[in-house]
Design a protein around this ligand. Structure first.
Ligand SMILES: Nc1ncnc2c1ncn2[C@@H]1O[C@H](COP(=O)(O)OP(=O)(O)OP(=O)(O)O)[C@@H](O)[C@H]1O
Length: 274
């Protein structure tokens, strides 16, 4: 069988502490292919650190170990810095929570959307512009020319997130990691952005690793869900089965999912031993 796009076996991330290395991701194994896989779990369960390990973007003091961590068969653990630079934005893209912090306020949108093309291709300035305008259109932004020439401050949150997605997808990465890509947006915009991500994932034949604490969202948009708890995988299941999960822990998370009234609040934290 062909190797999945991303494969992680026995992946651990730990931080030094007075009591020795403290694992925050603790021996997890999973794979992502051309599909939408959600990493779900309460705050602090290790979702973001897992995503960052895959991008080679862990804090300096973090230690990462795995028996295997590979992207398209390429071993990520032995990748030199130049290899990471080639991979990021090119093979794997990352969309973070809030475009306010991801987009540089000092540069126009067009330049930021084109950046990956500048780094990884030999396209001319005119070709880059054309691809950027095309991508801004693909992510559903009206008047791409105006957006292209704007500064990020002129964009609403939803537009900013569309611009980030355009910037990440312009060079057609095979895998997109989206870490809480909609939690800075209101409910309606969340649905729009996730619908966009879903159609782009399918249209481009990509894999999407969607990191989220919102189980309701995941049940609607992801194919599979990996439920994390205290750095470990509690259970992996088809996301449509979250409501009837085998694990009591997953069922408790499902029961605590945000409703229209509690929307915007964080999930309660259950101790690892609860
Ligand atoms: N630089 C660091 N040093 C030590 N511990 C850290 C560091 N960064 C994160 N951690 C710890 O790693 C654990 C996992 O964090 P992570 O950000 O992966 O959780 P998460 O599941 O993504 O939660 P959230 O939804 O709140 O982002 C947390 O307990 C966090 O305190």
């Amino acid at each position: 069988m062909a190797e999945p796009l991303l494969s992680a076996q026995d992946l651990s991330v730990s931080f030094p502490s007075e009591a020795g290395p403290l694992p925050v991701v603790d021996g997890i194994s999973f794979a992502v292919d051309r599909e939408i896989v959600a990493l779900v779990g309460e705050s602090g369960s290790g979702k973001s650190m897992t995503g960052r390990a895959i991008m080679g973007l862990l804090p300096r003091q973090a230690q990462v170990r795995a028996t295997r961590l590979s992207f398209e068969g390429q071993d990520l653990l032995s990748l030199p810095p130049s290899g990471w630079n080639a991979l990021r934005g090119n093979g794997i893209g990352l969309v973070l929570q809030d475009p306010k912090y991801s987009l540089n306020p000092a540069h126009k949108v067009g330049r930021q959307v084109e950046e990956t093309l500048l780094l990884h291709t030999r396209l001319s300035a005119a070709e880059r512009r054309e691809r950027a305008l095309d991508m801004l259109h693909t992510v559903g932004l009206p008047d791409p020319k105006r957006v292209y020439a704007s500064y990020p401050a002129a964009l609403s949150g939803g537009m900013g997130q569309r611009v980030m997605i355009a910037a990440m997808l312009i060079n057609r990465p095979k895998l997109l990691i989206a870490d809480e890509p909609t939690s800075a947006l209101d409910r309606e915009l969340q649905g729009q952005i996730l619908t966009l991500l879903r159609s782009l994932t399918e249209g481009f034949g990509m894999g999407l690793l969607l990191i989220s604490h919102d189980l309701q969202q995941i049940s609607q948009f992801a194919d599979r869900a990996i439920v994390m708890r205290g750095g470990r995988i509690e259970e992996e299941l088809a996301s449509g089965n979250l409501a009837s999960a085998r694990s009591a822990y997953t069922r408790a998370l499902w029961a605590a999912r945000p409703s229209a009234e509690t929307y915007g609040t964080r999930l309660p934290v259950y101790g690892a031993g609860a």
